[in-house]
Design a protein around this ligand. Structure first.
Ligand SMILES: C[S@@+](CC[C@H](N)C(=O)[O-])C[C@H]1O[C@@H](n2cnc3c(N)ncnc32)[C@H](O)[C@@H]1O
Length: 212
């Protein structure tokens, strides 16, 4: 059953010209949570071969722009700027910011996967590490009200990551789109309503001392 579904999305991607079957995961996430709007500025982490980028570019339209990064090179797509590099490298984060030209993205998406070792706890820990870096980047760069979507492998290190997401976004959900394989431990964090950079948030007023 699972393999049949895998073949189904694989074939569908081939027929429609999407570069990856993962495209359908983003389509399904967007249908449920309305991630993209026309004209959005999007940062995409772990973008190769470009299947998610194709979907995002369709949804943000001609006015939108996407800056994508991956360890692998990505064939060009109109409306996208791709950077080849390691996102964990500070110089690469700086290059992304340069390409944004001082603007804050409205959406940060990450489908980054670590190299799979096969040892569950190692892969889970590596995935949480990458996703936390993606979340930190979103918190430092998103515009207020912005959206963050990221893949992570489920496991016991997840709760602190979710806590951080909840502290910074108005709505945080965990979602497994139908196009994810049922055997997979991957799940997507969908966070909407970015509260703004912590240092810019209004503090609640000091309590007034009405004593004598
Ligand atoms: C599942 S693929 C992404 C597929 C993509 N969403 C699509 O639809 O075409 C995961 C990608 O994450 C990338 N990746 C993993 N670690 C990375 C890192 N540290 N910096 C940049 N890219 C990374 C991998 O090179 C790989 O291409």
């Amino acid at each position: 059953m699972k393999e049949k579904r895998h073949d189904y999305y694989y074939r569908k991607a081939k027929q429609t010209g999407y570069r990856s079957r993962a495209s359908y995961k983003l389509i399904q996430i967007d249908r449920k949570f309305h991630i993209f709007r026309k004209g959005d500025l999007v940062v995409e982490l772990g973008a190769a071969p470009g299947g998610w980028s194709q979907v995002a570019l369709e949804l943000i339209g001609e006015e939108g722009r996407l800056v994508g990064v991956d360890l692998q090179g990505i064939r060009p797509l109109e409306g996208a700027i791709f950077i080849k590099g390691d996102f964990t490298d500070d110089a690469v984060k700086e290059r992304i910011r340069e390409e944004l030209g001082g603007r804050n993205p409205s959406v940060v998406i990450s489908d980054m996967s670590p190299n799979i070792s096969g040892a569950y706890s190692t892969d889970h820990a590596r995935s949480v590490y990458l996703t936390e870096l993606a979340l930190d980047f979103a918190i430092e760069n998103l515009k207020k009200g912005g959206v963050f979507v990221a893949k992570v492998f489920e496991g016991d290190l997840l709760p602190p990551l979710l806590k951080k997401a909840r502290a910074n976004f108005g709505m945080v959900k965990m979602h497994s789109p139908p196009a994810s394989r049922s055997s997979s431990s991957e799940i997507y964090i969908v966070a909407k309503g970015f509260r703004g950079r912590p240092e810019n948030r209004e503090r609640s007023p000091e309590p007034v001392n009405e004593g004598t």
